[in-house]
Design a protein around this ligand. Structure first.
Ligand SMILES: [Zn+2]
Length: 74
């Protein structure tokens, strides 16, 4: 597959465990390398914004950052 973020033809991210259309889009359009980068980066994002992913509102914000980082249209 051709990754929507890095434009390289690479192996897909596989099962990422995100819900709904976001999860499906990541699995279909993002490569494993970019996904691994986001997994590392999101820790910093969570800390930087003081997000609590157990809260629905904070989860939604995190999904927004996920789309932004991975170059998926919101
Ligand atoms: Zn990529």
């Amino acid at each position: 597959m051709t990754c929507v973020r890095c434009s390289q033809t690479r192996e897909g991210a596989g099962k990422v465990g995100l819900p709904g259309t976001l999860g499906a889009e990541v699995e279909e359009r993002v490569c494993s390398v970019c996904w691994a980068e986001w997994v590392q980066t999101q820790i910093k994002v969570i800390n930087h914004y003081g997000l609590k992913p157990v809260l629905r509102e904070d989860r939604e914000k995190l999904y927004g950052f996920t789309r932004e980082f991975l170059n998926l249209a919101s």
